[in-house]
Design a binder for this molecule. Sequence first.
Ligand SMILES: [Zn+2]
Length: 324
Amino acid sequence: MKTRQSFSTPEDFLSQLQTEYAESALEGAPDSEFMARTQADLNALDNTVTYTAEQLRSMAVVGAQLKEHVYGSLAADMAARIVPNIAVGILDTGEANAAIFKSPDGKYAILLNNGLLLLLNKFVKLMIAWEDPGRVIYCNRKPAEELTVGELREFLPELVETYKQYGAPHGAMLKLAPYVVGRQSSLLHLMELFIVCHELGHFLNGDLDNESDFCVVEDRPWLRKFEENKDHAIEYAADATGFQLLQTVLQAIPGNFSPLNGLQAIILLFNLFFLLTEDESPSHPNPRTRSVRIARQFFGESFADALESSYENPELLRALFPKD
Ligand SMILES: [Zn+2]
């Protein structure tokens, strides 16, 4: 297929990406034997890794809602900067985290990896189940009523490891009681919103203006991708701009979310990224440090100090977030 070089809008660019990536997710694979073996391994665990056309479409619906919530909340001046330049979507990008892609004619698209959203959803369910195993109404590993907190805790490393290895999480499958499903979807949505807001933070901070911070995407020479995590200060600044933006979004969308609700979701999100990345590298900030920095800037010194101490003693976290 001859790839287009110019696009009328960022949405137009996004739909080109959706077409290309959907085709490769459904059929193409550089090494068919490797993919077949991976698929066989995964089928032994569960069978959700090859996305059907139906699943890809439903991810597109989630992406559209995410975009609607963020873009629909922007003040006119902010919307005028963002909307004509950047699209938001969900795709099987194979990137561990969200990424910003750039077209040859300078349109941007923020893309969240399908597998990341699945991982976040499973992670949120586990967090809620840890507080009270009685909230689990179904588990594919054993009768739900026999599950202990210890067993539920052991499910997380498996999800993290399979995500690292295959780009999609595989492990125990849980269903939670209807009375916590609202909390589950709220926490998940807050995490997704912050991920999008962080990426928009890069755009608003001018981080995308420097061509040398983009690299060519493997197997797609026409496409470039913003290199995340080259610099701690740039990431912290995008978090700060992103959190500011998130607060605007939370005031506009249904759900009565407070800034503290947003922070709580971010702390959980960065705890998960901490497990995915282990620790900081010269270019890659420690995800927990990122939570603490947001807390320090927006909630004050003592709150941030208490959060920092809670990484040694998780009981302290309860005091920061009164039970709902
Ligand atoms: Zn970033």
